[in-house]
Design a protein. Sequence first.
Lengths: 387, 225
Amino acid sequence: MNLLQLIKLALRGIIDNKMRSFLTMLGIIIGVSSVIALVSFASGATSQVTSQLEGMGSNILNVNLMGRGTKSDFTYQEAMNLKNPYISAIAPTVNTGMTVKFMAKTYSTGITGTNPDYFTINDREMQSGRSITEADLDSRARVAVLGTETAKELGMLNPVGETIKLEGNNFTIIGLLASKGSSMMGSQDDMVIVPITTAQRLFRTGAIRSITVQASSEGSVESAKALLEAELKHITGDEDSFNVFDQTELLDTVRQSTSVMTMMLGGIAGISLLVGGIGIMNIMLVTVTERTREIGIRKAIGAKKKDILTQFLIESSVLSGLGGVIGIGVGFALSKILSSVANFPTKTTPLTVGISFGFALLVGIVFGIYPANRAAKLNPIDALHYE
Amino acid sequence: MIHIEDMSKIYRMGKVEVRALDGVSIDIAEGEFVAITGPSGSGKSTFMHLLGCLDTPTSGTYMLNGGEISKLKQDKLAEIRNREIGFVFQEFNLLPRMTAAENVELPLIYRGMPASERRKRCAEALERVGLADRINHKPIEMSGGQQQRVAIARAIVGQPNIILADEPTGNLDSHSAHEIMDMLKEFNEAGRTVILITHDMSIANEAKRIVHILDGKILRDEVVA
């Protein structure tokens, strides 16, 4: 019997038993669709996170002082002195949360004190107005740059030139940052940036523990890092009192953990495929018993073991294959839904679809072997007289 | 064509040995019309299974067309059944989900015949049993007599030398039974060997030779007509 006829025959059997076939396929449908949806979701998340990290620039180093040892923090000048030939920009920062007041409105957000390099390093452009200059730092000017979200929260239409209050001190808004969206570090549009010298006075502390550094090129990241570490060790005298972190390291960590997450999600969904396979085996055993007489007739008129075996194997494969196809459709729909819920694009690759469908088919064949073999081994007389 | 010598079939039921067939010897020549009769439990069903290559004997020789078949494996027996024997059963034994044509086609499919030839032969066979207009009907849409005629078409479609009919009229009214017997006679006249298994003497009397079986042994072997 040729393959096409066997597939037709199997399809007819499936249509004749719609409800049963659907319930049997449900396991495979759930398995395939959850593999596709979850893996798409996970790889979407991975590429989202990595593209954000890459957007932050791979030639950026973060220096953090842990506040241990003899030298636990830096002054602005000390921080600036860390600059070495491989470094093109250096931005010490101080951060604190504060309540911002504009007219009658108040809003709590993070205040960042920093220098002009900050804008270069973080690739921040101005939507309007100007950014902070060295002159602002020298004069400890009471000026501020706002993120778009902060401006919106404070109900400002044209922020530049307006005056806000930080702990009772008036600050003139000189610029509005161009929107950059949110990252995994939170919104990048909800912030107030002031000159670092002003911030140190406002916060009543000169201590700097966080410095962002940009290497002159990606190739010089390593050298810049090595020199920084040597210098920091020299100054603090303790290797454990500081930490120089570069983005590629972070990227690797993130990639590793997300690929573990993808594999785990895929694996869990794969288990439901396996359960679906058991469902197929169960129903195929029932089918073989029900159709014992048919098997007897076929054998009597000349069907060989191989013929019966392929017939039932094709049936279980068609069941799982059809379930797989439906599962792919459901999986696509699910990942679309997940994507709109999670607010980022999920990534469905042909590989994911191919692997999950292939696995479904394999499950159908593997779990079909036992029932099919049982059918093929039936004795024609016993089968013919089965009631 | 059929040469059987001292053939026995022994079933074991626990500790009891049942000799369903006990040292039977018989020769059936090509073109004969033989009825095998006996009461139920006489061993005629076992004999039919062995004749039809559905089962293998415990001991003895079964030569079919000069070839020894009593020691063959299942798949080899399937091949012989497919080419040499056409079965007609009491319960028709058609596949319920398939049309008449698909049922008739089945032996040719297992023979590996190309589709165009299959269809031609299948139409011819259904024509010969007078069901050319029922090609696409399923068994439930047909009367018992019609179903048995489909089964006959299936038995003859592969042009086997032997038609083995096991109580072919057992489930039919007398009119349909007559039709079926006429058909079997017709095939016999066309030169085919027909072996009829029945307990009904009025049916058996239509054959040219009657073999009586009792307690697994041939009691009488007589030529009628």
